[in-house]
Design a binder for this molecule. Sequence first.
Ligand code: HEC
Length: 388
Amino acid sequence: MKNRSLASVAALSIAAVMAAHGPARAAGPDPLRLCADPDNLPFSSEQAAKPGVYVEIGQALGKALNRPVSMVWYRTNFGKRAVRVTMLAKQCDATIGLPPDSDFMGPRLIFSKPLFKLGYAIIAPKEFEFTGVSSFVGKRVAVQFSTTPHNMIGPREDITSVTVLSPEEGMMKLAEGKADAAFLWGAHAGYLNTTSYGGKYKLISVDGPGLQWPTAIGFTRDHADLRDKIDAVLPGMHDTIAALMTKYGLPVDTPIKLGDLASIQRVRVAAVGDKAFRFAQAAQPAPAAAPPPAAGDKVAAVAADPTEGKEVFNGTCAHCHGPDAIQSEKKIDLRRLTTRYGDDMQNVFWKTVHDGRPSKGMPAWKEVFTDQQLASVLAYLKTRQTTE
Ligand code: HEC
């Protein structure tokens, strides 16, 4: 670890930006190099005035270990890839904020003790009484697409779900009066509540399968020493960490356990990573399975209702394809399906909505909507075709 010069660190070939806090001193202790995303508040940011919870925890750790801290910035939009090209490539010693899970990148990483838990929270006006999912009956609830809350609320006929793609959008629905409550990723919603909404809403953390996860510090295997040193100082940092969470609006309340998962009927599970939740459902009576029509013409036999199709479309597809399918960007203008594909429109529709085009940003919907609903969307889209 001695004599690691800035030059050798900076010589790495990827686009990460190094921001060493002060020059490396030959005699002093090596800097603790932390990988972080430059633009991921409330967790991390390269803005010195607002560095984020993980960066400030890192700075506090540096103090406790008597080592200067240097940040290695790398965007994490690509998830595990970020860890691969940064920490596994030895550009940094630790990454704060990884799931301490041996499933996460296999045996190559080791973890500190958990720092705290992250999870979903209910965000609602202060007078909203929340005692469990039943408090949502008759209400409109904003949920992020394809998350555990979406799986819980979406299938309920007695609750109106307002599907959104981000915590930002969920908070906006709440502020615009288009939702009575929101059920979103707590850290981001809490941060937005503090920074953009003046603390107007209350946050209630909830626990249950697929709702809360611990976050920890990840290291490569050869850093067991550093991991042990950090584990030794972490208990003494409890208050510092709690204060930082509060500073950035992260929920610090004790989560309410959601007891009425069992009352979920007609469950349609969305595709993304809700293993634990699916596991919980296995114990419940299976929903009546829709026949699985694969080819276009078999599907055409499913009862289709353009009015229902319009509702599904505007509730979900319109986020990307425009309300009532009005969309100025040609590539995703679904009013041009006939022009584009002629008689093949139906087949293209089914293939695309069932399997999605994940690499192009079009999600797969077969686990989310029944074929009857999707047939209704197709029937609706047929009423919207133009030749312009
Ligand atoms: C998160 C954004 C997003 C959402 C939500 C979304 N789509 Fe898409 N969709 C796309 C993108 C992006 C493409 C274009 C993919 C490409 O470039 O090939 C696309 C393509 C399509 C196509 C093929 C268009 C063509 O001309 O080839 C169909 C059909 C389609 N979407 C239907 C739907 C339906 C129905 C829904 C709702 C159930 C929906 N989409 C929801 C992003 C989205």
